[in-house]
Design a protein around this ligand. Structure first.
Ligand code: NAD
Length: 490
C-alpha cells in the first residue's frame, strides 16, 4: 500500500506508521482536523493488532544490538538525534501548533529545546549509571542498570513532542527499543520524530511509531506480551484500563496522570508575581496537566488580590496560537469543548458565581474564554474534577491548616503552587501538601534530574534523572565475595 503524507504548515508529514525503519500504511484511516481553524490535516493510518504486533516484533529484533552498544556507543547517535530536533525546530513547532493548538512561540522557544534536551540529557546521564557499588563486610554489591527490552510509550495530545521525548530519551539511553503510540487528536509531530531519528542514524526497529485510536492501536500494543515496560501519560481513567493489561503480563508500568492542583497565595506574598502566575494558568487554554486550577487565597488579601488577577487575566488574549500576542488558543477537539462547557454549565447550575468568562469566545468554534468561578464549595464537581480547560476556581482560607486541608481535598496529587513571603511558613505548607511537585514563588521550572510524577490518582512512579532509569532498566546486583578471585583478566 502506498504511503501517504500531507503538507501541514508547509511541512511534509507522513500520515503512516513507522515500523522497522520503513513507512507502513493501513487501509483504515482516521480524520485529523486542526483545532486552530478546523482545516483538514489529512487521514492518518489507524493501526490495530497487526501494526502493534509488527512494531513490537521489529523492536524485539532491534533490541540485542542496540542494548549491546552500551551507553557510550549509543551517545553519538542520540546526540545527533537531539541536534536534528533543534535543526527541524521551526517545522516541529509549526506542525504542533496546527495539530494541537498550542502556542507557536512557546513551541519554538520552550518545547523544541526541551524535546532536544530530553534526548541529550538522558543520553549523557546514562554514562554514569554503572558506577554504583555498595560496599559490605563480605561482598561488593555492583549495581547494574541493564536494558529491560521493548518499551511501549503512550502520550496525550496536549504536548505530544515534549511528553513523548521525555520518555523516548531515557528509554533509548537505557538501551531499550521502543514503540510509540501517539495521541489520535495530535498525531503529527510523533511522525516527524521518526523521520528525525532515522536521519540521525538510529538503527531500524529501535524507534517505531504506531498511529491509531487508543482503544484499538493502544489497546493492542499494551496487550502485546513482548513488552518489558509501558510508560503512559494521560488520564487517570485510561491508566486504570492499561494497568489491567500490565497486571496480566506483570509488565512494569509508569503513569503520569491528571491533576487538580492547588495554587495557594499567602497574604505576605509578592502579589503582582502571584497574580501574573495565576493568569498564566490559562496558557494553552488550560490544557496543562500541572496547572494550578484551584486558587486558594488568604482571606485578608482577597479583594486586593482579586483585582490584580482580574487585570492579569484580562491581558490573556484569546486568539490564533500562531500569533505572538495570543496567550490562550483553542481547545483541542469538539468533544473536548463539549466536555469543558459541560463542567462550566453544571457549575453555574450548582450555584457557582462566574467572576469572568464562562462561555465560548467569539474567536472561533473551539475557543473558550478564560473563566474564574467563585462561591465554590470544596465538594462541588468544579472544585474536584479535572476540567483540562481555561477554568479556575477561587476559594479563600483563614489559616494554614485550612489551606492545606482544601489543597489536599481531592483525589489527585500531581502538583501545587505556593506564593508566600516567609520561608519557614512556605516550607511548612509545601511539605504538607500532597503533590509530586510543589513550586514555591515560581511555576513550571525544574531540572530534568529532579523527580517528576504524581501522588494518589495522579500517577505511579517517578521519572527524571536516575528515577527514569530506575523504571526503564532491569536493575541487577552482582554481589561479589571480597578476595574470592585467584586472578584478574584473561
Ligand atoms: P487519554 O488518557 O484519553 O489518552 C492518552 C493516550 O492514551 C492517547 O494516546 C490515547 O490514544 C491512549 N489510549 C486511550 N485509551 C487507551 C487504551 N485503552 N489503551 C491504550 N492506550 C489508550 O488522555 P488525553 O485526553 O489524551 O490527555 C489528557 C490527560 O492527560 C489529562 O488528564 C492530563 O492531566 C493528562 N496529562 C498528564 C501529564 C503528566 O505528566 N502527569 C501530562 C500531560 C497530560
Amino acid at each position: 500500500m502506498a504511503s501517504t503524507s500531507a503538507s501541514v504548515a508547509g511541512v511534509e508529514v507522513s500520515l503512516d506508521h513507522w515500523i522497522g525503519g520503513k513507512r507502513v500504511s493501513s487501509s483504515d484511516r482516521f480524520d485529523n482536523a486542526s483545532p486552530v481553524d478546523g482545516s483538514d490535516l489529512g487521514a492518518v493510518a489507524a493501526g490495530g493488532k497487526r501494526e502493534a504486533d509488527m512494531a513490537v516484533e521489529a523492536a524485539r529484533e532491534a533490541f540485542p544490538a542496540w542494548a549491546a552498544l552500551g551507553a557510550e556507543g549509543r551517545l553519538p547517535v542520540l546526540r545527533k538525534f537531539a541536534e536534528g530536533l533543534l535543526a527541524r525546530g521551526k517545522d516541529i513547532a509549526a506542525v504542533e501548533t496546527l495539530d494541537n493548538g498550542s502556542l507557536l512561540t512557546g513551541n519554538m522557544h520552550r518545547m523544541v529545546p526541551r524535546a532536544a534536551q530530553n534526548i541529550s540529557f538522558f543520553a549523557e546521564w546514562a554514562l554514569g549509571l554503572q558506577d554504583h557499588a555498595i560496599d559490605h563486610a563480605e561482598v561488593v554489591n555492583n549495581v547494574r542498570y541493564d536494558p529491560a527490552g521493548v518499551a511501549a510509550l503512550i502520550t496525550p495530545w496536549n504536548a505530544p513532542m515534549m511528553l513523548t521525548t521525555w520518555k523516548v530519551g531515557p528509554a533509548l539511553a537505557a538501551g531499550n527499543t521502543i514503540v510509540i503510540k501517539p495521541p489520535e487528536w495530535a498525531p503529527l509531530t510523533c511522525s516527524l520524530l521518526a523521520d528525525i531519528a532515522h536521519e540521525a542514524g538510529l538503527p531500524a526497529g529501535v524507534l517505531n511509531v504506531v498511529q491509531g485510536i487508543g482503544e484499538d492501536a493502544g489497546d493492542a500494543l499494551v496487550n502485546n506480551p513482548g513488552l518489558a515496560r509501558i510508560s503512559f501519560t494521560g488520564s487517570t481513567d485510561t491508566a486504570k484500563i492499561i494497568g489491567q493489561a500490565a497486571a496480566r503480563s506483570i509488565t512494569g508500568m509508569s503513569s503520569e496522570l491528571g491533576g487538580k492542583s492547588p495554587f495557594i497565595v499567602c497574604a505576605d506574598a509578592d502579589l503582582d508575581a502571584a497574580a501574573q502566575t495565576v493568569a498564566g494558568q490559562y496558557i494553552n487554554a488550560g490544557q496543562v496537566c500541572l496547572a494550578g486550577t484551584r486558587i486558594l487565597v488568604e482571606a485578608s488579601i482577597e479583594a486586593a488580590f482579586l483585582e490584580k488577577v482580574r487585570a492579569a487575566a484580562a491581558r490573556m488574549t484569546v486568539g490564533d496560537p500562531r500569533e505572538a500576542a495570543t496567550r490562550v488558543g483553542p481547545l483541542i477537539h469538539p468533544e473536548h469543548f463539549a466536555r469543558v462547557s459541560g463542567f462550566v454549565e453544571r457549575a453555574k447550575a450548582a450555584g457557582a458565581e462566574v467572576l469572568w468568562g464562562g462561555a465560548r469566545s467569539d474567536v472561533g468554534a473551539l475557543y473558550f474564554q478564560p473563566t474564574m468561578f467563585a462561591g465554590v464549595r470544596a465538594q462541588d464537581e468544579i472544585a474536584q474534577k479535572e476540567v483540562f480547560g481555561p477554568v479556575l476556581t477561587w476559594q479563600t482560607f483563614t489559616d494554614d491548616g485550612e489551606a492545606i486541608a482544601i489543597a489536599n481535598g481531592t483525589e489527585y496529587g500531581l502538583a501545587g503552587t505556593l506564593f508566600c513571603g516567609n520561608e519557614e511558613r512556605a516550607m511548612r505548607i509545601a511539605s504538607a501538601v500532597v503533590a509530586g511537585t510543589l513550586w514555591v514563588n515560581c511555576f513550571f521550572v525544574r531540572d530534568l534530574a529532579a523527580p517528576f510524577g504524581g501522588s494518589r490518582t495522579s500517577g505511579v512512579g517517578r521519572e527524571g534523572g536516575t528515577h527514569s532509569f530506575d523504571f526503564y532498566c532491569d536493575i541487577k546486583n552482582i554481589a561479589v565475595r571480597k578476595g574470592s578471585f585467584a586472578s584478574k583478566g584473561n
